[in-house]
Every structure is written in C-alpha cells, then in structure tokens.
Design a protein around this ligand. Structure first.
Ligand code: NAP
Ligand code: ZN
Length: 346
C-alpha cells in the first residue's frame, strides 16, 4: 500500500480536513504519479455538497490532475519515471463495449470509473487529485506537452476536454458562429478553444464585468444576458451554443438565439432538471444536446492542440488550506478562471 496525504471532506456541509489515504500497490500496467497540481472544478463542488446524489464520505475530490511519474508497473510501455502526465475525470472503463472500442470511454456502456466517488475494478472507492499521489492504469494517463506548465495543464484535463469535445463534434470552425454561455472555468476554455478553431465567438455572461478578459481570450463579441435587448438583438444568430452554466437557466430564451438547424449543447450539469418548450426546437429544426468530458484519445488530441495553439487556462494557484474559501468563491462566480491547488502545500 502507498500512503498519500490528501484533503478530504466528511459530509455535504463539512469543511476540508487533512487526511491520509491509501493507494494500491502497482499492478503490472499501473503508473504511480506524484501529483503536483489539482484543479478545482465546479463538479467537485456539486459532488462534495451531495447535490448530484448520495456520496460515500470521506471524499477526496479532484479530477484535473497534473504530476510526474515516479514508478511504473512491470508491463507499462507508455510511460517511464520522470514523465510529465495528467489524469482527468475517469481512471478506467470496461475497454470492451462498442463505445470504449470507439475511444469514447467516457460513455462506457458499463459505466466509466470516475476518478473520485466511484468504485474501481478491485471494489475499492476511488479518491481524487486533492492528494499527493495516485495510481492509475497507463491507458487512462495523458502526456502533458513540454510547453505547458504543470499548474496550467491541470484544468485542461476536465475544463479543456469538456469544451474541446463538443466544439470538435459540432464542428466549430471557420464560418461558424459559436456562443459560450457562462464565463467560468469551462466557459473561458471554450472561448479560447473555439477561437483557436477559427470560429466566430460570442460570450453570453450575466454581466459585462469580465468583458475585457473575454475579448482577450479571443471572443469577437460579449453580451450581458441580464440585458433583455441581448435576446432580441441576437435572435436566430448562432450555429452552436455551448452552455457551461452550473445552474438552471431559461433554455427557451437561449434556444431562440440559434439559427436554422443550430444546436445548443449543455455541458453545465445543474442538479435540477431543465425545461424545454418543444416549439423552441421544432420551429427552426434546432437541437438540444449534451456532452460529457471526452475520450482518452481525444483528450490527448486536445492537450496537443492546446500546446500547438499556446492555449492555457487563466489560473489562480492556491494552497491546500484555501480549498473551502475557493469553493465559496467559485459558487459566487468570483474565480478568474480556475483555482488550482499547489499539492506541495499539503
Ligand atoms: P464555474 O467556473 O463556476 O462556471 C460556471 C459559470 O456559469 C459562472 O462563471 C457564471 O458565468 C455562470 N453561472 C453561475 N451561476 C449562474 C446562474 N445562477 N445563472 C446564470 N449563470 C450562472 O463552473 P465550471 O467548473 O466551469 O463548471 C460549469 C458546469 O459544468 C458545472 O455544472 C459542472 O459540474 C459542469 N461540468 C460538466 C462536465 C461535463 O462533462 N459535461 C465537465 C465538467 C464540468 P458568468 O459569471 O459569466 O455569468
Ligand atoms: Zn470537472
């Protein structure tokens, strides 16, 4: 057994505390990673607060992991000691079903094994990246390009791939008008990536407070959704809308912004159901869809794309003692634009 230091939470309204957790001894295809940085995703907060359903506490969240390989199993071929690597939202899948064979392990028909709050193939609960070490089978480990610093790489493992994948799938590119709703961790990555794909990008944020940043990230336009004129002015404009909002929004209002055949893709995952009036869809042959992270192959493609286009998230590095405060600030949308824990402070 490998002992790791961690930060754990014991219940939906509990503060984080120091903890020691065990990681399994290396199986032949396992990689031991010394974690250097872990991003704070809003999904960590939904989970830690029990918003998505029952959780087995104590819980160590964290699925935006960047670190260094410090040991490898006897049959590992992809990585060696010293490699700069990342781990995202899943650490295993069946590998056999049709979705896994397509490289879409996140949609594994038997359910992927989430990095935390899941159960691994040994029947043990999984614990995430707010910790000093993790053991992961090599097929679920990503290579971090040399040009990306480890602290900035961490958020790419969730916020990066979760926005890259639908932009890729719905073909954001030259001549496409893309809107991003909500400019937080995912939203600001969506702006940067869609811009690098040469789409025309508009941010739809509640206020204009972050407009300068949005334009700097590559947005062509930036509108406040609290201004009712925004919805009149932009009616029927977009080919693709990526909704990153962590709370319930008025979908019909946003669907009205799609042009003929446009798609609104939800990546935001609020606990409460969203309502759609079908007339918002059938009138202009619009689609309402969802997307969850991305497969391992596509995640590596995204990391390489970000390196090629010099794309990194804008981050604020915090110490392990600041996690509770960071959660409060994310909930208050007071984050520019991702908190990343410096694991050496654990
Ligand atoms: P975040 O940093 O908190 O960003 C969410 C943004 O949504 C905020 O910055 C804010 O943007 C907007 N917002 C928040 N509350 C709102 C409200 N009540 N009404 C309207 N807008 C609101 O969160 P994140 O880490 O980017 O995650 C966003 C969501 O995606 C979460 O629900 C998370 O669980 C989910 N997620 C899904 C996947 C997936 O695979 N599908 C992966 C990761 C995360 P403005 O200030 O610009 O208005
Ligand atoms: Zn996430």
């Amino acid at each position: 057994m490998i002992i790791a230091k961690a930060r754990a939470v014991d219940g939906p309204d509990k503060a984080f505390r120091s903890a020691e957790i065990t990681r399994r001894d290396l199986d032949s295809h396992d990689v031991l990673i010394e974690i250097k940085y872990a991003g704070i995703c809003h999904s960590d907060i939904h989970t830690a607060h029990g918003e998505w359903g029952d959780v087995n506490y104590p819980l160590v969240p964290g699925h935006e992991i960047a670190g260094i390989v410090t040991d490898v199993g006897t049959e590992v071929t992809k990585y060696k000691i010293g490699d700069r690597v990342g781990v995202g939202c899943m650490v295993d899948s069946c590998g056999q079903c049709k979705n896994c064979r397509k490289g879409e392990e996140q949609y594994c028909l038997k359910g992927n094994v989430p990095t935390y709050a899941g159960v691994d193939k040994y029947g043990e609960p999984t614990q995430g990246g707010y910790s000093t070490h993790i053991v992961v089978t090599e097929d679920f480990v990503l290579r971090i390009p040399e040009s990306i610093e480890l602290d900035a790489a961490a958020p790419l493992l969730c916020a990066g791939i979760t926005t890259y994948s639908p932009l890729n799938h719905w073909e954001a590119g030259p001549g496409k008008k893309v809107a991003v709703v909500g400019m937080g961790g995912l939203g600001h990555m969506a702006v940067k990536i869609a811009h690098a794909m040469d789409a025309e990008v508009t941010v739809l944020s509640r206020t204009l407070n972050k407009k300068d940043d949005g334009l700097q990230f590559g947005a062509n336009d930036y509108y406040s959704t609290r201004d009712p004129e925004t919805f009149d002015k932009l009616s029927g404009t977009f080919d693709l809308i990526i909704n990153t909002v962590s709370a319930k929004i008025d979908l019909d209002a946003y669907l009205s912004l799609l042009n003929l055949g446009g798609s609104l893709v939800n990546v935001g995952a609020p606990a409460e159901p969203l309502e759609v009036n079908v007339f918002s869809l059938i009138g202009h042959r619009r689609s309402f869809a969802g997307s969850m992270i991305g497969g391992i192959r596509e995640t590596q493609e995204m990391l390489n794309f970000c390196a090629e286009h010099s794309i990194t998230p804008k981050i604020e590095v915090i110490s392990a003692d600041e996690i509770d405060e960071a959660y409060e600030r994310v909930i208050a949308s007071d984050v520019k634009y991702r908190f990343v824990i410096d694991v050496s402070t654990m």
